[in-house]
Design a protein around this ligand. Structure first.
Ligand SMILES: [Zn+2]
Length: 442
């Protein structure tokens, strides 16, 4: 064990810090719960504040299904190819991380009280817990976009605004290494803008699992994480969801679970198939045209697109908006095209501490941390990250967040010590986030 200040962080506190694409805990192979020395050090740390710098342990680098079901060490992720490591190439879901063989981004939990005690009464005319394939309002096209927010969101919102059209966004919480939606200023702003401009925000789960394959408990957990994250941004969360891969069978109990969680389960009447040829606009246009051609003159359509595919989100959307207007149809959200009052599209969480609201990227968790810690990989970046840490404390102070600012300042102070010493000491501690860990146990 190569350590200077001995201590491993306590898991419950870690989600309080935002660390895009990288879990903020020691990637060493030890499990703190089983290590008497570490436990002792934890007790001896005094004043309720524990610091740790743990040198990364030598790891068995292979893992996963093809590697004898071997799991990675504590805090490390098992990549799709079966290697242990950290960062989005190892940890991002759904594609790069093998769940159950180590840590994955899906294991991150948004800050704030969970939504498990919330009342989930059925409201309005739209059925719960069963697939909805189409709109009920004639001559209406519901535009829906999965997997966002993304780098295309702002431009897509500009396009929709330019013609006064509204759409439904099935947002996922922490997929593709984009960082948690409630901890990333870009995504916080995108989701706030969607809401402010009259679009419907719906859930596409937290981590994009195949819900059919999960236990009831894990399904609820994943859905609730996205609820908390969205509520951290909007102080409300959706009653509409679309299962990833459209997979949610009744045989698995998934539809019953969605019913119990109070969700309308949205499929589509036309898949744009943008995923099949993500760069081929004419193929998408053909699919759309032929789908529309088959619709009755008084019919409707619930179209599925993917926000991250820019040809679809930008170019196909432009085409559709032009085409549909000529046809005399109107563009709509899913809620509107089903005749559901916008009040029924969301629930308000029973427990929301004002301090859990994300304000321009400054998240104050229920554990009371304010701010985020930038990832760093060398001494220079460590210093930059540290400067930003203190800037956030200043912001936090000017927003009168009180004790939350002090806690964040503790982190900055310790990071400052770490940056000053890293790369220079024996044993040599690299200046990397993965070798820096902090916990504030109070
Ligand atoms: Zn998806």
């Amino acid at each position: 064990m190569q350590s200077l200040f001995v201590l491993l962080p306590l898991l419950p506190f870690l989600h309080a810090l935002s660390l895009p694409r990288q879990p903020l805990w020691c990637p060493g192979s030890r499990n703190p719960g089983n290590d008497t020395q570490l436990q002792l050090a934890l007790l001896e740390s005094g004043n309720g504040v524990a610091y740790s710098i743990i040198k990364r342990q030598a790891e068995e680098p292979r893992c996963g299904l093809s590697q004898g079901n071997r799991s990675c060490g504590f805090g490390q992720c098992c990549s799709g190819a079966g290697f242990c490591g950290t960062g989005s190439n190892f940890c991002s879901v759904p594609q790069n991380c093998q769940r159950n063989y180590g840590f994955c981004d899906s294991d991150i939990t948004p800050a704030g009280p969970n939504t498990s005690d919330d009342q989930r009464n059925a409201r309005g005319p739209v059925p719960y817990g069963q697939f909805i394939f189409n709109c009920t309002t004639p001559q209406t096209l519901a535009l829906t976009y999965d997997d966002g927010p993304s780098n295309n969101t702002q431009e897509l919102l500009d396009i929709l605004r330019s013609v006064g059209a509204n759409a439904t966004f099935f947002v996922s919480g922490i997929t593709n290494g984009k960082g948690a939606i409630d901890r990333t200023p870009e995504w916080i702003n995108a989701i706030k803008r969607m809401d402010a401009e009259g679009h419907q925000i719906a859930s596409h789960t937290w981590s994009h699992p195949n819900l059919t394959d999960l236990s009831s408990e894990d399904r609820a957990l994943d859905m609730r994480k996205n609820e908390r994250a969205i509520a951290n941004i909007l102080n409300k969360y959706p009653t509409y969801m679309r299962p990833p891969y459209l997979a949610c069978t009744s045989a698995s109990g998934c539809l019953t679970d969605m019913n119990n969680l109070g969700y309308h389960v949205v499929d589509n009447s036309l898949d744009s198939q943008d995923w099949a040829n993500p760069n081929n606009l004419s193929a998408m246009v053909d699919t759309f045209d032929s789908g529309l051609g088959q619709a009755l003159p008084n019919g409707s359509m619930l179209l599925m697109q993917h926000e991250r595919i820019s040809v679809s989100a930008i170019n196909l959307t432009r085409y559709i908006l032009m085409d549909i207007t000529q046809r005399g149809w109107k563009v709509s959200t899913v809620g509107d095209c089903l005749g559901d009052d916008p009040q029924n599209w969301y629930r308000t969480p029973a427990r929301t501490e004002p301090a859990t609201m994300a304000i321009d990227g400054c998240v104050v968790s229920s554990n009371g941390f304010c701010g985020t810690l930038d990832v760093f990989t060398n001494k220079q970046e460590c210093d930059d990250s540290n400067r930003n840490c203190y800037t956030q404390v200043d912001d936090c102070n000017s927003a009168n967040k009180g004790a939350a600012c002090d806690k964040m300042k503790n982190i900055c102070d310790f990071q400052s010590l770490y940056c000053a010493s890293c790369g220079t000491m024996t044993p040599n501690i690299s200046c990397e986030t993965k070798d820096f860990a902090f916990t504030n146990q109070q």
